[in-house]
Design a protein around this ligand. Structure first.
Ligand code: SF4
Ligand code: SF4
Length: 431
């Protein structure tokens, strides 16, 4: 029988009810010198040097952009260590010993409303670039590059759909700070010249919708509307969300800006607000620890915090003698990792620890469930077969590059085949 599904358990209810523990005082913080998008990087500080919050400590270098690295505590530079970054890779990290004084760098001075009023489009883009802002929904794509498009932009979307199970960072932000999201959206509209803003939310989150509608009463001079979309997965994928929120069908592989649209995750918009209003880079974020192999907790922690600190604060692993499976990110799109000394970066959202080892894969029963469930309409089973014989041409013909790694094919497969992993491998091989 074909198991086609767009509905998956979202695992958020219990996590949303947990308090958020503030852990902003780690003894040492770690800054990866490289990242998945920036394979090279260098620091600009030396051992023994004192740095302040917001000070530039280095630069990561991508293929076509550079990203400044900022200190998130004040203290002394004490060396380098290797840890796991957000992609699960072992990377060199600069270490700063936190002096717990949180002295701010001289550049961190709040802008007045008059100063913000006088900002040009170019100024907004430069501010976002200098703050090193990237897509906090997980893409880590440089935010300034989206904003500096020369295409005429009609609408900027604040994407608050957060469809990945077990993640609650955006939900928590929207509940507590809807105004900062709205102001970030307004700044993004000004930076891109868009006359309209849309806040896209899941239909089932009525409480969030009400908060935004109430907060928008302060901003009636702007054309901003709340739109709700279905509760299915992967509704947060931008093409699906844009189709349902705006009625615009954008073909995969096309730039959204060519259709007059820019899309930003709500947390990214809050970071734009902080950069414009407070001249701040991203200093902290929400991180969730969940799964049956660990005590579940939500933390607010500084960028650079080691997740091992948070695991310890949470009470450590449960059932120590049982082998664990660790997933960095959400259960559908996350990455399996073998070590837990992960450094929290801009896009590190969650660690899931499972007690049960994954069920062994069984042979494909040709049920076609993976094909019918795939939101980008490719054929996971055929791609897996092409990968197994390392057939690059077949992988390209099967359009493996279209895969958004949503995890649905693995989720529906009755034979427990890790199809999404084959898709990742196939994408790499077909390049
Ligand atoms: S992971 Fe890729 S192949 Fe699998 S369902 Fe999602 S988009 Fe399709
Ligand atoms: S890979 Fe899994 S879901 Fe796809 S056809 Fe085979 S058994 Fe069915």
């Amino acid at each position: 029988m074909i198991a086609k599904t767009k509905y998956i358990p979202d695992g958020k209810k219990a996590l949303k009810e947990l308090p958020i523990l503030h852990y902003l005082d780690a003894d040492f913080v770690y800054y990866p010198v490289t990242s998945a998008r920036c394979p090279e990087g260098e620091t600009c500080v030396r051992g023994g040097q004192f740095v302040k919050v917001g000070e530039i400590v280095g630069t990561r270098k991508g293929a076509f952009f550079e990203q400044p690295m900022h200190a998130t505590v004040s203290g002394e530079v004490v060396g380098y260590e290797k840890h796991i970054d957000n992609s699960g890779k072992v990377v060199d990290c600069l270490i700063v010993k936190n002096d717990r004084k949180y002295e701010m760098h001289s550049s961190i001075v709040e802008r007045t409303d008059a100063e913000i009023e006088a900002l040009t489009k170019k100024d907004y883009i430069q501010i976002v670039k200098d703050a090193g802002l990237v897509g906090l929904g997980g893409s880590a794509f440089p935010t300034y590059i989206k904003l500096e498009t020369e295409d005429p932009i009609q609408v900027v979307i604040a994407n608050g759909v957060e469809c990945e199970p077990n993640l609650i960072a955006d939900y928590s932000l929207m509940m507590n700070n809807p105004k900062e999201v709205i102001m970030g959206l307004i700044y993004a509209m000004k930076a891109s010249g868009a006359p309209k803003g849309v806040i896209a939310l899941k239909k089932k989150y009525k409480e969030i919708e009400e908060r935004f509608k109430f907060a928008l009463k302060e901003f009636t001079q702007y054309d901003i509307e709340v739109k709700t979309v279905g509760n299915f997965y992967p509704q947060g994928w931008e093409l699906s969300m844009i189709k349902n929120a705006l009625g615009i069908k954008i073909p995969q592989g096309q730039l959204l800006s060519k259709y007059g649209v820019l899309n930003f995750n709500v947390s990214t918009l809050q970071s734009i607000y902080n950069a414009v209003k407070k001249r701040l880079p991203v200093l902290e974020r929400l991180f969730t620890i969940s799964g049956d192999g660990i005590h579940n907790k939500n933390f607010r922690a500084r960028i650079g915090t080691l997740v091992t600190d948070l695991i310890e604060l949470a009470g450590g692993y449960k059932d120590q003698e049982t082998p664990k499976v660790l997933v960095l990110g959400g259960p559908m799109m996350g990455t399996n990792i073998l070590r837990d000394d992960i450094v929290m970066t801009h896009t590190t959202t969650s660690l899931i620890v499972m007690n049960n080892a994954p069920e062994p894969e069984e042979p494909c029963v040709h049920c076609a469930s993976c094909v019918y469930s795939c939101p980008v309409e490719i054929q996971p089973v055929q791609i897996m077969n092409a990968y197994k014989v390392k057939d690059k041409d077949a992988l390209r013909q099967l359009e493996v590059s279209k895969c958004i790694e949503c995890g649905l094919c693995s989720f529906v497969c009755p034979s427990k085949i890790h199809l999404t992993e084959y898709m990742r491998l196939g994408k790499r091989l077909a390049k």
